[in-house]
Design a protein around this ligand. Sequence first.
Ligand code: NDP
Length: 517
Amino acid sequence: MSPTYTLAEGCPYPQNTTSVQLRNGSGGGLVLLQDTQLIETLAHFARERIPERVVHAKAAGAYGEFECTDDCTDITSASFLNTIGKKTKVLLRISTVGPERGSADTTRDVHGWAMKLYTDEGNLDWVFNNTPVFFVRDPIKFPSLNRSHKRHPQTNKPDSNMFWDFHVGSPEGIHELFHLFSDRGTPASLRHMNAYSGHTYKFTKEDNSFSYIKVHIKTQIGVKNLTRQEAVKLAGEDPDYLVDDLFQAIKKGNYPVWNVFVQVMSPEQAETYKWNIFDMTKVWPHSDFPLRQIGRLTMNRNPQNYFTDIEQAAFSPSNMVPGWAPSADPMLQARMFSYPDAARYRLGVNYQQLPTNRASVPVYCPFERDGLMNFSDNYGADPNYVGSTLHPTTFKTAKQGQTMSTLTEHEKWAGEVSSFTTEFGPQDFEQAAGLWAVLGRDPGHQDRFIGNIADHLSSVTHLRLRARVYGKWRFLFASYICACVDTGLINYSLELFSHVDKDLGARIEKATEALIA
Ligand code: NDP
C-alpha cells in the first residue's frame, strides 16, 4: 500500500508542492508566515548536513558476517571466537583518509577499514587501515600529520610542500610512505584490498592470561591495484569508482570475502623482541610470527540508506568485548579517547542509540541519561546513580557485568610515567628497506614507486626541501653540521630516501628533476 504524505508531526499534508501566498492576480505573491510547512521544509534543508568527519570522510559501506573458522579458545575467551562456524553480523566502512566526502576515491591515500562486529557480548570495533603500519607513533603528531595531507591554510589546495616538509621532519613514517607510494596506494577495488590492525592488541582469557596480537585481513581474490595513470584518469571520469564497484558487486551477489588472521606473541617474547611492539610504524615479520587464521568475512548486503547506515555509523577502537583488550601502544590509547570524542561532536552525546550503532544485545547503562536527542525510554524510573558492589541501590538491582581484563601485571614492564619525545635512528629505515626489497620481487614495481614519488614531489617548489627528501648530501652539508653540533647525533630528519637504499635518493632525484625541467 502506498504511504500517505503527512507533516513531520503526522498531520495530513494534502498539497506538498504549494505554499500559502497572498495572490497577485493569476501569479503568486507574498508568502505568509503562517505557511509554517514551507518554513519547516526550508529550515530542515538548511540543517541536513552533519559535520563531515575531519578524516575518513569519503567512504563505501556494507553489511555482512564474520564467521569463526578455527579454534581460538587457547588464546582468547571472546565469545564471537569461541565456536567454529559461529557467525556475527558486521558493518564495514572503507574510506580514504585525507580528502573530503565528495572527493575522488581513487586518489592515492591510505584507506581506512572501520568495522563493527555486533557480537553477543556487545559491539567490538576494528578501526584498521589497508596498511600494516602508520606515519607516526606519537599521538601528539596526529593532527599535524593530517593537516599536512590536507589543504593549505592560504591557498585552500592540497600542498606537496606541506606534505613533504612534515615527512622529512618525521622520518619514523618512512615505512608507511613506502606503502603509500607503492601500487597499494591506489587499489583497483575495495574488494582487492587487505587490511591490518596496525596496532598491537591483546587477546585475553578468563584466567587473566593474555597474548599480544596483530590482525591481518586478506582478500580472497588477491591484491590488485591501479597504476597512477589509471587512478588519475578515473578520479576525473568517475570519482565514485570504488564506492560503486563495491555496491554493484554486492548487488549482483558477487560477495567479497576476506580471510582473517592473527599474529600471536607471548608477553615474554615481547620483552626481548627486536622491535618495540607498541610502535605503530613497525610490523612483526611473518617469519618471526606466522599468520594464524581465526575467521572469514563476507560482505553480502548493501546499506538501505547511506546516511542512517554509514554516515551515522561511529566506530572506536575503545569498543571492546571480553577477550579483546588494548595494548600500551600510545597511538591506540589516544585513539580510544579521540574516536568517541569525534562521534559526540559529530552525532551528539547519544550516538550509541542510533540504529546503526546500537548493540544487538540488551543495553542497560542507566548512568548515561538524558542529553540531546535521547530517543530511548531513558531507563524510566530506574536509579540514575550508582551503588557499590557491596551496597547496591535499594530500588533496582542489576547484575554486575563480566570483568574486562584490560590491564594486567605485565603492564608494569612497559615502563614508568615520564614525558617522551620520539627519537629516530637507523632502525626506523630497516623495515622500509625490507619493503623496498619486497617491491623488487614484482617486476617494474620499484620503477612505478619512483614514478609515483616523483609525480608528487615535482610540485614541491623549495629546492632545499626536495633535497632533504632525496637525502642529497651537498645541499644538506650545512644543516647536517648544525644538527650534529646541536644534538651530537646524525639527524635522520635531514635525509629520507637515501637512508633506505643508497641509490634510491638519486633515482628519485633524477625522475623528479626531469619532470620539473
Ligand atoms: P615477507 O617477506 O614474509 O612477505 C612480504 C609481505 O609483503 C607479503 O606477505 C605481503 O603482505 C607484503 N607485500 C607484498 N607486496 C606489497 C606491496 N606492494 N606493498 C605492501 N606490502 C606488500 O614479509 P615480512 O613480514 O618479512 O616483511 C617485509 C616487508 O613486507 C615489511 O617491511 C612490510 O613493509 C611488508 N609487509 C609486512 C607485513 C607484516 O605484517 N609482516 C604485512 C604487509 C606488508 P600481505 O600478504 O599482507 O599482502
